[in-house]
Design a binder for this molecule. Structure first.
Ligand SMILES: [Zn+2]
Length: 367
């Protein structure tokens, strides 16, 4: 047991800049090998440098690697960053990983631009969890999204009663599952729309792949927990299998994380079966490894509120003339939609993440 405890809320940072500083300081204090991939040419909301920072705890070229990443979706990084900071202060868990021969690779702020500017997408409005596809092949088509987009982003914001009715009529006609799938599965045709996957590998995608080649190409077994928020019941961390449709990988992940590891392709997850999640980079970059890849998704507020924030942000991108007060209101609501301001919720995030990481370490130990 650790003798000193930090209250859950104190470990959550107020902005990206503070989160980054605390991560780098804690990693250095642990003697981790720290690297920073700087996003050149762009600055954060407070004028700060933007970077994807990594801390390697354990030997280089380890056979067993556990990746823990935060901020794939911008402000979802408040939770992931806090969980990483908790891990860096968790003497007991770090000792267990060390004695199991597991190298921990912490990736802080996969999407630093979105984290700082409080938007789920990156500097090019790309959703990084739709960007890790094979761009040499034809882009996935999502014709239903194209049909829905005018209803998602009507002429005025907030939507008028008539706009809301038009969207509700569509949902009533086609069903809520079809609606959620069309909106969230990913789309590659509308660069300023929602859940846009891009037309090529993003900076984060390329940086992450380089990182895996440097630190995980020798791995025989690799686990990855990518921390998300904004989907599912309040405070519950749904374990979403995000690896290959390959029985030996799926079975290993289930053995580590249990029967409540849900797979979108099986239709039992809160998440739609999305194209190109970040963790799938390991499938290409760690060809010799058995992989247990997971998104850990913490519920916050009602899904329509979360989606409403994403629609509002997309609408604002199309309307530079929109009043500043509306922009500020949307930013505030977005932050609250992705990181609940309560000790209870924050404690649930830290506790459940710790369990998932401990399970992964135990799984890797036995592998
Ligand atoms: Zn997310």
């Amino acid at each position: 047991m650790t003798s000193t405890r930090t209250p859950a809320s104190a470990i959550f940072s107020r902005d990206y800049e503070q989160a980054r500083t605390r991560f780098l300081e804690a990693a250095a204090a642990r003697g981790a090998a720290v690297e920073s991939a700087v996003l050149e040419g762009l600055r954060g909301a407070r004028g700060e440098e933007l970077a994807m920072d990594t801390a390697l705890l354990g030997p280089r070229g380890a056979r067993k690697v556990l990746v823990v990443s935060s901020g794939t979706h911008g402000p979802e990084g408040f939770a992931g960053s806090a969980a990483q900071l908790a891990l860096l202060q968790d003497q007991e868990l770090l000792q267990r990983a060390g004695s199991a021969g597991v190298a921990l690779l912490l990736v802080h702020a996969v999407n630093p631009y979105g984290f700082s500017h409080l938007q789920r997408t990156n500097e090019d409005n790309v959703d990084l969890n739709r960007n890790h596809i094979d761009f040499s092949r034809p882009l996935p088509a999502n014709p239903v999204y194209a049909e829905l987009e005018p209803l998602l982003m009507p002429q005025q914001w907030p939507p008028s009663p008539r706009d809301r009715k038009a969207l509700q009529d569509w949902i009533d006609r086609h069903g809520l599952p079809a609606y959620r799938k069309a909106v969230t599965a990913g789309q590659y045709a509308s660069p300023d729309g929602v859940f846009y996957g891009g037309t090529g590998p993003s900076w984060s995608n390329r940086s992450l792949r380089e990182l895996l080649r440097r630190h995980a190409s020798e791995a025989t077994h690799l686990g990855w927990v990518d921390i998300h928020t904004g989907l599912g019941p309040y405070g519950h961390g749904e374990k979403i299998y995000a690896g290959r449709v390959l029985e030996q990988d799926h079975a290993m992940a289930r053995a580590w994380w249990g029967a409540d590891l849900f797979a979108p392709f099986a239709g039992d997850s809160v998440s739609a079966d999305v194209s190109g999640p970040v963790v799938s980079a390991a499938c290409d970059e760690c060809p010799g490894a058995r992989l247990a890849l997971m998104g850990l998704e913490f519920g916050t507020v009602e899904q329509e509120e979360v989606l409403g924030c994403l629609r509002a942000q997309a609408w604002l991108r199309r309307h530079p003339e929109a009043p500043q007060a509306l922009r500020e209101q949307v930013a505030r609501r977005t932050r609250e939609a992705f990181c609940c301001d309560s000790d209870e919720w924050r404690g649930m995030v830290l506790g459940q993440t710790r369990v998932a990481l401990l399970q992964a370490v135990q799984g890797l130990r036995a592998a």
